[in-house]
Design a protein around this ligand. Sequence first.
Ligand SMILES: NC(=O)c1ccc[n+]([C@@H]2O[C@H](COP(=O)([O-])OP(=O)(O)OC[C@H]3O[C@@H](n4cnc5c(N)ncnc54)[C@H](O)[C@@H]3O)[C@@H](O)[C@H]2O)c1
Length: 332
Amino acid sequence: MLKAAVIGLGVIGKVHISAIESLENAKLVAACDIDPDRNVNLPHGVAFYTDYGEMLRREKPDVAHICLPHFLHYPAAKKFAEAGINVFTEKPLALNAAEGEEYCKLENQYGVKICLCFQNRLNSTTEALHKILQSGEYGKVTGIRGSVAWYRSKHYYEEGPWRGIMAQSGGGVMTNQAIHTLDLIQYFAGSPATRVKGSIGQVLDYGVEVEDTATGRISFANGATGFFTASIGNFADENVEINVFCEKGAFAIRDNKLFCIDGDKEEALASNSSDYAGKAVYGNSHVKLIDTFYKVLENGSGWYIHPEEGLPSLRIIDAIRESSRTGKTVNF
Ligand SMILES: NC(=O)c1ccc[n+]([C@@H]2O[C@H](COP(=O)([O-])OP(=O)(O)OC[C@H]3O[C@@H](n4cnc5c(N)ncnc54)[C@H](O)[C@@H]3O)[C@@H](O)[C@H]2O)c1
């Protein structure tokens, strides 16, 4: 039985708690939040702390789940790794690529395993499309478009002020919401980004420091072109859309289904379950990824999402931000 601790009991911390509770090989032993009022509805027998340093001194969990504001991801992971504790961390890996590179040293330095929560990589639609692209049956990938059109109210920033402060969040819609889509764009491209031109701004009038809208054109080393648009200024949360064009075919992930597109004919190839934990926009793969990671911890080996997988999206975000500031293309 693996002993788990969850640090940060806000919106996503609860999703982690219910995921851990659903696993047969895991037991939640401790939880931590600096806000003592967040010590509600914890399962019976779970120790609550307001200081994760204190929690570390008293508990020895096998895994610490980091569900904290972005500026705390790296320092918290370092502290747990130093104590020999494995980490399951929420996205983004870090505030930016430079901090992410430091983060990537932790697994080897301290001999622990760290899994990054890019849960959408485990969606049935993602898995099916990635397998098709890897097979080469449709030729090379030539273009990928990813679009996120969601809505976040002013209240969203009021209940978590860190989300609107650049030094604490590292960014807005790109870093917080659309990083999953940027990750999938580069994952489907299957090649490193070489050039990025982009633009960021605000279409909402919330008085926060971070962008609510972004667009970017990404060139990949294998010749594929990525086009990314994201905003939380839409009227509602619409489904994320990802279109992938190959030399001999085209695919779309839309409405939680994967379609193969042939002219005006569409064939559904896979669909995601609608059994969501938390908001529908998070998808339903948190449990799947946590379960995958815990099995690796039990068996001592196996596939999971290493911190290095979090770097490409951070590099693209940094480049879009830089390009928007200078008006120039960023070459890697
Ligand atoms: N994977 C996903 O789809 C997904 C979805 C939502 C959020 N997230 C990520 O989850 C993380 C948390 O986001 P959220 O929306 O739940 O934020 P939140 O503000 O709702 O929760 C963060 C919690 O951390 C607590 N906290 C702050 N500093 C602390 C400290 N030093 N020690 C202990 N607790 C502390 C806060 O009191 C708060 O309860 C972010 O990284 C976010 O990007 C991921």
